[in-house]
Design a protein around this ligand. Structure first.
Ligand code: IMP
Ligand code: MG
Length: 174
């Protein structure tokens, strides 16, 4: 079965919106250092673009959790594939995600991180599909709300493909 990608958000639109969100985050944190936690693999492109535009001191760590297999449906199972390198106690943690769908991954992740006693814990996502929410998650910064369609690009994959697209597009199966 083949697939086509229909463009949903252009590279220019995404860049512009990330700059706005970065400005908002910079204002909110003031002089405080922000510890970005990039959720691998999907969050990596967004994290880099966001981090470059922040005017507050930034440190960075990575975590890899998985809730999806090769299919486009959530399994509901969340597992830590790679944990953080450093502790987060006393830090202003900002989790950076590619997309929030059912909310299962983030709800698990936020609970897990909260137990490690950060000074503050916030969530920033490139995309949000609010219609798909099964578990409630408090999202502090959202770049784009999108309809209930499976998207790729800007870090997001379909069976590990298309992460490198510089835009976000909807997967259309033939
Ligand atoms: P959730 O636990 O259902 O919120 O799913 C979160 C994870 O599922 C995201 O971090 C993505 O890795 C993946 N995911 C959800 N929707 C999409 C999509 O439209 N395209 C690609 N990956 C997605
Ligand atoms: Mg993800």
């Amino acid at each position: 079965m083949g697939e086509r990608i229909r463009k949903l958000l252009s590279e220019e639109e995404i860049d512009k919106r990330i700059a706005e969100i970065a400005e908002q985050i910079s204002r909110d944190y003031g002089e405080e250092q922000v510890h970005l936690i990039c959720v691998l693999k999907g969050g990596v492109f967004f994290t880099c673009e966001l981090a470059k535009r922040l005017r507050v001191p930034v440190s960075l760590d990575f975590m890899c959790v998985s809730s999806y297999g090769v299919d486009t449906k959530s399994s509901g199972v969340v597992k830590i594939v790679k944990d953080l390198d450093e502790g987060i106690e006393g830090k202003n943690v900002l989790v950076v995600e590619d997309i929030i769908d059912s909310g299962r991954t983030l709800s698990y992740l936020l609970r897990n991180l909260k137990n490690r006693n950060p000074k503050s814990l916030k969530l920033c996502t490139l995309l949000d599909k609010p219609e798909r929410r099964v578990v409630e998650v408090n999202v502090d910064y959202t770049c784009f709300e999108i309809p209930d369609e499976f998207v790729v690009g800007y870090g997001l994959d379909y069976a590990q493909k298309y992460r490198n697209l510089p835009y976000v597009g909807v997967v259309e199966l033939d």
